[in-house]
Design a protein around this ligand. Sequence first.
Ligand SMILES: [Zn+2]
Length: 313
Amino acid sequence: MTEGKSNHLIASSRNYFGGCALTRMTEHREDRVWLAERLGDPTTRIIVLQDAQHLFDSNNQPVFLSPLDFSSPPLDLHETIFLSEEEGVAYFALDLSTRSNDGANALHRLGEFKDVKLLAPFLPAQDAALLAYARALVHWHQTHRFCGACGAPAEPRSGGHMRQCLSATCGRQHFPRTDPAIIVLVTRGEYALLARSPHFRPKVLSTLAGFVEPGETLEAAVKREVFEETGVHVYHVEYHSSQPWPFPSSLMIGFYAKTDTTELHVNAQEIEEARWLTRAELRAAVASGELLLPSLASISYRLIREWLEAESE
Ligand SMILES: [Zn+2]
């Protein structure tokens, strides 16, 4: 077995939001007695969300609540999502929008609701992973209240990891979905291909990315997206690592790809600008403030940084 760069378990564990393998205790999701006991334990921690944001204290660390903080009315299994148990402490997620309005206002004295995407680089790996996991599941519940097959209401089951259609003639079970998206740094000899989307902050250049389509391999998605966005043909695709990206429901799957195409044909619908840069050119542009790299929390930053730090090919 080889270690280091070729060990994808290690590589992915270094990505924000995926930096900790949580103990999900999937064997207990159907055990309502066990779940109720954990939810009744004062040491259990509740992760609350409001408008896709988490509660953070004045030091920008997440606020974990106790079930005792929800006495009127007490927490109910139906409204919570069991996430995991770490070192004997159970974690549940709670979407405050599903509760009567007693909760949210009172919680504001404990901190502010903020976007975990912005604070991830400053969080312990386990906290970042738990918050991302909670956000993904809360979003899934918010957007899957009705059965996609028959339109009847669907209710949470299995500790919040399934929704059951309530129609007697349908009764389908629905499970959380994750949308796979490839993200790729394309290189040509000493050069890397960086691009900017109209959605980026000013001056930011990043890697190329796009959603995987039905019936498509990850590698084919890399080849298609790179060609669609820049007109570049890649001939070599190499997996790097993956990263949960619950904004709202993606799994980013990172790659390096090689090409010998020089000319760029930028798709103006998707890309504002694309260019080839050497390591020295990129370092100089970032140092001078002409360009910015993507968020530290993103796998795109990691793909670019590791390319910058690597020896020239
Ligand atoms: Zn149904």
